[in-house]
Design a protein around this ligand. Structure first.
Ligand code: NGQ
Ligand code: ZN
Length: 448
C-alpha cells in the first residue's frame, strides 16, 4: 500500500483539503482520508477519453487546405480514407503510441478506441484477425493508458445495407468474421492490466439494426458505442431510407440503456434528447472534432436540463486535450445561446460541472469502474502544481476554471494511470521516440 497526500483534491462530492490517497498493489484506491498535513499538489480525477480513432492523429493538420469545391465532412472523409490506405500495422502502433502519450499528458487516463482499421490496404484480412487490435493494445501497454477497446462492426456504405465503397474495404466484416474478430480482440486485451472491451457497430450507415441485434449477445453486459446523428445529410438519408432519424431508428429497434454510448448525437431533437436522457445512456461529445468537421452544435443545455449524461472524446485527434474538449463544449453553448456559464449550475463553477460530468459519463461509457477519486476506483489522477502561474492565488473551483479556460499548455504537472506515475514534469517518457517514428511515417506517406 502506498500513501500520498495532496494539498487539495476534487472528490465525488466536492473539494477536500489534505487528502491522503492509499493505492493498493493493483493500482486501485484503497483508502481516502482528509485533513492530513504535508500535501503539495492539487489532485483531479483523470478523465476517460470515450471516443478515439488513434490513427487519425497522424493526419492532424493535413486536412485544413480547401479543395476546388466546397469542403464538408464528406470531403474530409475522402482525405481520411486516402491517408489510412498507406498505414501498416507498425505505422498504426507508432501513431497510437504518440496519441496515447499525448492523451495522458493532456489529462486523459483511459481511452475508448473505436477501432475499425482491421484489414490490409487491399481489404484482405491479416492472418491474425486481431493484428491491428494487438497494435492498439501494444500502444496502450507502452504508454500506460487504460484501454477500453471497441472493435467496430462495419458492413455497408449507406443506411439500409447499401454496398460499401472501395475506400472502406479495410473496415469490413460480416457476422461470422466479426465474431472471430471479437474473440481475437478479447485475447488481445487479456494481458493488459485494467483493460475492458465493448461493441461498436460503426453507425446505421455501416450496420443495420438487425445486424446489431444479432451481434449484441457477443457483448452481453458490456458497453455499446455507435456514431449517430452527426451530419444533417446522414439524418436525411436515414429518414428517406429507414423512415426515421438515426436515433429514432435505433431506439425503435433496440432498447437503449446505460450500456449505450451515442457518439455525437449533434442533431438530436428535443424528443430524442429526452429519450436518451431517460434511458441512462451516455452521449459521447467530441467538441473539438465536431468543430473541426463542421458538424453542428449539440444542444447540451437542453440535454443537461433533461438530466442527460455525457462524456467527451477526442475522436479525430486533430488536437488532444481534455481542457480543450470541455472548453469548446461550453463555448459552443455560449455562442449559440448568447450567454455565459451555460453548463454550470446556478451559483456553481463551470469548470467543476464540466469535469465532474465528463468524469462520470466517461467512466460509465468505458466500463472503467467507479468514477472519480473514490475507494475502489483506479488511482487515475491528474496533478496540478499550485505554484504554476495559471493557478496563482487560486484554490478549488478557481483552479479548475483556470485550467479549462485560461491556462496554456503544460499546466498539468503529473498524471497517474492505475497508480503508476506515467507523466512527470508535464512529459510522457515515450513521447519523444514516438514522435520520431511518426515523423518517419509521415515523410514516407507525404512523399509518396
Ligand atoms: C470515423 N469520424 O469513423 O472515423 C468517422 C468518419 C464516418 C467521425 N464521424 C467516418 N467523426 O462517419 O463515416
Ligand atoms: Zn468517430
Amino acid at each position: 500500500m502506498r500513501k500520498t497526500v495532496f494539498a487539495e483534491a476534487l472528490l465525488p462530492d466536492g473539494w477536500a483539503r489534505g487528502v491522503a490517497v492509499e493505492v493498493d498493489g493493483k493500482g486501485r484506491i484503497a483508502r481516502i482520508t482528509t485533513g492530513e498535513p504535508g500535501g503539495a499538489l492539487i489532485a483531479l480525477p483523470g478523465l476517460c477519453n470515450l471516443h478515439s480513432h488513434a490513427f487519425q492523429r497522424g493526419m492532424a493538420g493535413l486536412a485544413e487546405h480547401a479543395g476546388e469545391g466546397e469542403d464538408s465532412f464528406w470531403t474530409w472523409r475522402e482525405v481520411m480514407y486516402r491517408f489510412l490506405a498507406h498505414l501498416s500495422p507498425e505505422d498504426v502502433e507508432a501513431i497510437a503510441t504518440l496519441a496515447y502519450a499525448e492523451m495522458l499528458e493532456a489529462g486523459f487516463t483511459r481511452v475508448g478506441e473505436f477501432h475499425y482499421l482491421h484489414h490490409a490496404p487491399d481489404g484482405t484480412p491479416y492472418a491474425n484477425p486481431a493484428e491491428m487490435a494487438e497494435r492498439i493494445a501494444a500502444a496502450a501497454a507502452a504508454t500506460g493508458i487504460g484501454l477500453t477497446l471497441l472493435p467496430c462492426f462495419y458492413a455497408h456504405g449507406e443506411a439500409g445495407g447499401a454496398p460499401p465503397a472501395p475506400g472502406q474495404r479495410r473496415f469490413l466484416s460480416d457476422r461470422d468474421s466479426f465474431a472471430r474478430l471479437w474473440t481475437a480482440s478479447l485475447r488481445a486485451i487479456a494481458p493488459l492490466e485494467g483493460a475492458a472491451i465493448g461493441f461498436a457497430p460503426h453507425s446505421l450507415r455501416a450496420a443495420t439494426t438487425a445486424e446489431i441485434l444479432d451481434l449484441l449477445p457477443l457483448a452481453t453486459g458490456r458497453p455499446v458505442h455507435i456514431h449517430v446523428s452527426e451530419q444533417v445529410k446522414e439524418v436525411e438519408a436515414c429518414r428517406a431510407i429507414l423512415g426515421a432519424t438515426p436515433i429514432e431508428a435505433l431506439a425503435r429497434d433496440i432498447p437503449l440503456s446505460p450500456r449505450w454510448c451515442l457518439i455525437h448525437a449533434t442533431h438530436a431533437t428535443a424528443a430524442e434528447l429526452a429519450r436518451i436522457a431517460g434511458s441512462g445512456a451516455v452521449v459521447g461529445l467530441c467538441p473539438v472534432t465536431e468543430s473541426n468537421l463542421g458538424d453542428g452544435i449539440f444542444p447540451a443545455v437542453a440535454y443537461r436540463a433533461a438530466g442527460g449524461r455525457f462524456g467527451v472524446g477526442t475522436d479525430s485527434n486533430v488536437l488532444v486535450s481534455a481542457a480543450a474538449e470541455l472548453r469548446t463544449l461550453e463555448y459552443s453553448q455560449r455562442l449559440a445561446g448568447r450567454r455565459r456559464n451555460a453548463l454550470a449550475p446556478r451559483g456553481g463553477s463551470t469548470g467543476r460541472a464540466l469535469w465532474q460530468a465528463a468524469c462520470e459519463g466517461g467512466a460509465q461509457a468505458l466500463a472503467a469502474g467507479p468514477a472519480g477519486i473514490a475507494v475502489g476506483a483506479w488511482a487515475d489522477l491528474v496533478l496540478l502544481d499550485p505554484a504554476h502561474p495559471a493557478f496563482a492565488a487560486r484554490s478549488g473551483d478557481r483552479v479548475l476554471d483556470s485550467l479549462l479556460f485560461a491556462a496554456r499548455d503544460g499546466a498539468i504537472r503529473e498524471v497517474w494511470a492505475r497508480g503508476r506515475r506515467v507523466v512527470a514534469e508535464g512529459a510522457h517518457p515515450a513521447r519523444a521516440a514516438a514522435e520520431a517514428r511518426v515523423a518517419g511515417v509521415l515523410r514516407r506517406i507525404l512523399s509518396a
